[in-house]
Design a protein around this ligand. Structure first.
Ligand SMILES: CC(C)(COP(=O)(O)OP(=O)(O)OC[C@H]1O[C@@H](n2cnc3c(N)ncnc32)[C@H](O)[C@@H]1OP(=O)(O)O)[C@@H](O)C(=O)NCCC(=O)NCCS
Length: 146
C-alpha cells in the first residue's frame, strides 16, 4: 500500500541517506531542517511502511513550487515518480494553487522527461543556478497549470 505521510525530523536520517545516494550535489540535513521549520510541504512516499521517495514543495501565493522530488535509485522508472507527482498535483489543487513551477538541471533528462510527460513546459532558465562538476550549470524553469 502506498502512503504519502508528512515528513518529520524523525525521518531525516533516512531522507538524507537517500538524498546522498540519489544526487551528486545533495540537499544537506540543514536544508531539510530549514524546510520543515519554514512550514514548507514535505512528504514521504511509503510502500508498506518503507520510504521509497519524498518531495518538498512551497506555496507562493497561488503557485506551488516543487523544490525536491526523489525516488530511490533502485526503484526509479517504475511509475513511482509519476504517482508521487500526481499526489502533489492533488495537494496543490486542495490548497487552491493554480500553477506548479520547478527548476531542473539542464543535464537532468530523467527529470525533464517526467515533467514533459506530465504537462510541464519550459518557461525560462536560470543561468549557472546549480553547482556542477564543471563549476556551474543552468536550471530550466518549467511550469504547468493545475
Ligand atoms: C525524476 C524521478 C523523480 C522520476 O521518478 P521515476 O519513478 O523514475 O519516474 P516514472 O517511472 O514515474 O517515469 C515517468 C516518466 O518520466 C520519464 N523518465 C523517468 N526516468 C527517465 C529516464 N531515466 N530517462 C528518460 N526519461 C525518464 C519517462 O517519460 C517516464 O515514462 P516511461 O517510463 O513510461 O518512459 C526519479 O527518476 C528520480 O528520483 N531521479 C533523481 C532525482 C531527480 O532528478 N529528481 C528531479 C529533480 S528536478
Amino acid at each position: 500500500m502506498v502512503r504519502y505521510p508528512d515528513m518529520t525530523e524523525a525521518d531525516l536520517d533516512a531522507v538524507v541517506a537517500a538524498e546522498e545516494r540519489i544526487y551528486p550535489f545533495p540537499w544537506t540535513r540543514g536544508n531539510f531542517v530549514e524546510s520543515l521549520a519554514a512550514g514548507n510541504g514535505a512528504w514521504l512516499a511509503q510502500e508498506d511502511g518503507n520510504m521509497i521517495g519524498y518531495a518538498v514543495m512551497i506555496w507562493v501565493l497561488d503557485e506551488a513550487h516543487l523544490l525536491n522530488l526523489s525516488v530511490l535509485p533502485e526503484l526509479q522508472r517504475q511509475g513511482r515518480g509519476t504517482a508521487l507527482l500526481m499526489h502533489l498535483f492533488g495537494l496543490a489543487r486542495t490548497r487552491q494553487a493554480t500553477r506548479m513551477l520547478l527548476e531542473v538541471r539542464r543535464s537532468n533528462f530523467s527529470g525533464q522527461g517526467l515533467y514533459l510527460r506530465h504537462g510541464f513546459g519550459e518557461i525560462g532558465h536560470r543561468r549557472r543556478y546549480y553547482q556542477s562538476p564543471e563549476g556551474r550549470e543552468d536550471a530550466i524553469v518549467m511550469a504547468r497549470d493545475l
